[in-house]
Design a protein around this ligand. Structure first.
Ligand code: AMP
Ligand code: GLY
Length: 426
């Protein structure tokens, strides 16, 4: 099997390495990929959002499968275009990817089908949104841009001033572009957050091991929101009992709701959940594997990922028995100094071997490139995800941090408390 993976971050590196472990995979390609991925797959300079370019590449390489990992190409309809041209694809159709592409869609879906989520209202006028915020007069309140915004379209406003400013910024200044044509104003929820990724073919939904992201830049959950500074799996707050409740109240109802809307979802559906005092509620859906959740979930997967992709595409996921490794997995993100704000790139990374790996851990490259002389250079805000497994979460964390200490570049910063909350939950 020849496979092309679309994307170029740590998530895609984890997917590429999992596929590389499949005895049936003979050739791996990635577009655009990155410096670390280039050691495991042939990288091609086609942007993840270039639909026609990706189709041309898939044809030229005559691949059997295309794995579309990021949100934007899915929301733009890349999976449909590739399927229309005879390729097997892992990734939902454009009609299904709207579950992430439009928060207005997903909120209305949850309301219509009784799926637990934060109370909300939708506005296409800034004036009305502000009038509603003033009438509610409850803070914090949550202001969300309707469309995709690189994971940054959510503003938690602590006061009326902040909420009003957020509405102006999203709807008038269009800081997230057209994604801000509509806003969702929603109730602020509290409780531990859990990420659950699930394989689904529209008939069966198979949750993967749970995980916990760490979105803030600094220790103690301080600092700005980021794309994710580290993850652990499984998430100890997500007990067997809560998992059963989520299956009944959230996962199955969501799958049936999408079928009911004639938008059957086939691929990986990501449930961003909050375990509130009133039960688990959906914070967001994503139409794809999470980043950096994938980096701690896929290493725990025992079953061949290609077998699962085939079962999803053929709608026979229910026949498959998917098994998971025991123990835990932890990923620590090494970021560029200044991230998520301004940062420099092009710094030489030390401590990696020829394959971009290091002893005692798997290193998933998020933002690296190879220099002409073959050195790994930083090329993004999040640079590396140092990932280790262990019998216990403590052992996985110790191994990941030990490996992280041996890798460096000018300005490197990482959180030193990944997994701390998870350990405290036990
Ligand atoms: P999202 O981009 O939807 O994942 O939102 C980013 C983060 O904002 C989430 O991971 C939560 O920590 C937080 N968030 C989003 N919606 C709410 C809400 N209704 N109440 C509390 N926190 C929220
Ligand atoms: N880690 C959050 C996301 O992938 O959207």
């Amino acid at each position: 099997m020849k496979i092309l993976v679309v994307g170029g971050g740590g998530r895609e590196h984890a997917i590429v390495m999992k596929l590389a472990a499949s005895p049936r995979v003979t050739e791996l390609h990635c577009a655009p990929g990155n410096g670390g991925i280039a050691k495991f797959a042939v990288c091609h300079a086609v942007k993840a959002t270039d639909l026609d370019g990706m189709l041309a590449l898939a044809k030229e390489l005559a691949v059997d499968w295309v794995f579309v990992a990021p949100d934007d190409p899915l929301v733009m309809g890349m999976a449909d275009l590739l399927r229309e041209n005879g390729f097997k694809v892992f990734g939902p159709s454009k009609r299904a990817a709207i579950i992430e592409g439009s928060k207005v869609f997903s909120k209305n879906l949850m309301k219509k089908y009784g799926i637990p989520t934060a109370k909300y209202e939708v506005f296409d006028s800034a004036e009305q949104a502000i009038a509603y915020i003033r009438a509610q007069n409850t803070y914090p309140t949550v202001v969300k841009a309707d469309g995709l915004a690189l994971g940054k379209g959510v503003i938690i406003a602590q006061s009326e001033d902040e909420a009003v400013e957020a509405v102006h910024a999203i709807m008038e200044d269009r800081i997230f572009g057209e994604s801000g044509a509509k806003v969702v104003i929603e109730e602020f929820l509290t409780g531990p957050e859990v990420s659950v990724l699930a394989f689904t073919d529209g008939e069966t939904v198979l949750p993967m091991v749970s995980s916990m992201d760490h979105k803030r830049a600094l220790d103690g959950d301080r600092g700005k929101n980021t794309g994710g500074m580290g993850t652990v799996s499984p998430n100890p707050y997500y007990t067997r009992e809560i998992a059963d409740q989520c299956m009944r109240e959230i996962f199955l109802p969501t799958m049936h709701a999408m079928n009911g809307e004639n938008r059957t979802f086939r691929g990986c559906l990501y449930f961003g959940l909050m375990l509130t005092p009133y039960g688990p509620k959906v914070i967001e859906y994503n139409c794809r594997f999470g980043d950096p959740e994938t980096q701690v979930v896929l290493p725990m997967l025992h079953t061949d990922l290609l077998d699962i992709m085939e079962a999803v595409e053929d709608v026979r996921l229910g026949d498959l028995s998917v098994t998971w490794n025991k123990g835990a997995c932890a990923c620590v993100i090494l970021a560029s100094g200044g991230y998520p704000e301004k940062y420099e790139t092009g710094k030489v990374i030390t401590g990696l071997d020829e394959k971009g790996q290091c002893e005692g851990a798997a290193v998933y490259h998020a933002g690296t490139k190879l220099s002409d002389s073959g050195e790994f250079l930083t090329a993004g805000g999040r640079v590396l995800g140092i990932t280790a497994s262990g019998e216990t979460l403590q052992k996985a964390l110790d191994a990941a941090y030990k490996a992280a200490a041996g890798v460096s570049f000018e300005g490197v910063h990482y959180r030193t408390d990944i997994g701390k909350r998870a350990l405290a939950a036990k």
